[in-house]
Ligand binder design. Structure first.
Ligand code: HEC
Length: 175
């Protein structure tokens, strides 16, 4: 890169460097929804809440709809971090409920006993949790029934399931 720049006029070099700097700067970056989407997949929220967040029956019981959830940002963070006692919503914070740690709902597994939420398959950092909440708030919460556009945003335009969805929507409109 540096060698390449040497052959360019000074002003162009400067402009290029500024451009590279600007593009790489975090100030310019989108909110963390992109990272959040990969967390949503990686942490297997999909396994219970489905790709569209609509929830419903799953191996983890009846997962609530993240599309309809009335929860605030803080409440979303809390549920994801600490899970929800006496339900199948798992906690994603590594130290939750361990030993004398009472960061979650002022409780540990000794005080909660059987009501202690299950441990998630993958633990998440606070940054990951913030990102997945960004993603839920921009792409899922309050977005109504999932449609073709949601499908393409999640799986890409080539996904078979999205094509089937488009077809079904088309058939529905014809009726
Ligand atoms: C093993 C299944 C399972 C997994 C995996 C899971 N959830 Fe849940 N989740 C549930 C269930 C079940 C509930 C409903 C709890 C209840 O009945 O209050 C729930 C509830 C929630 C709620 C509360 C919604 C509300 O309106 O009260 C949020 C937010 C949530 N999950 C987000 C997530 C996110 C984000 C992930 C991934 C990081 C995730 N969940 C992974 C099963 C799961």
């Amino acid at each position: 890169m540096i060698n390449l720049l040497k052959h360019l006029p000074v002003r162009l070099r400067l402009a290029l460097s500024l451009y590279v700097l600007f593009m790489a700067s975090p100030i310019h970056a989108e909110p963390n929804a992109g990272l959040g989407k990969s967390v949503y997949k990686k942490a297997n929220c999909v396994g219970c809440h489905k790709w569209h967040g609509g929830g419903g029956g799953s191996y983890g019981g009846l997962a609530l709809s993240l599309r309809d959830t009335p929860l605030s940002r803080e409440a979303l963070i809390l549920v994801i971090r600490c899970g929800r006692p006496a339900t199948d919503m798992p906690y994603h914070y590594r130290k939750a409920y361990k030993g004398s740690n009472r960061e979650c709902y002022g409780s540990n597994s000794a005080s909660l006993g059987d009501a202690t939420p299950p441990r998630a398959r993958y633990f998440l950092s606070d940054r990951d949790i913030g990102a997945v909440v960004d993603y839920i708030q921009t792409d899922i919460q309050g977005r109504g029934t999932p449609g073709y556009d949601d499908c393409v945003a999640f799986w890409g335009a080539d996904a078979r399931r999205c094509k089937l969805m488009a077809q079904a929507q088309l058939n529905g409109e014809k009726k």
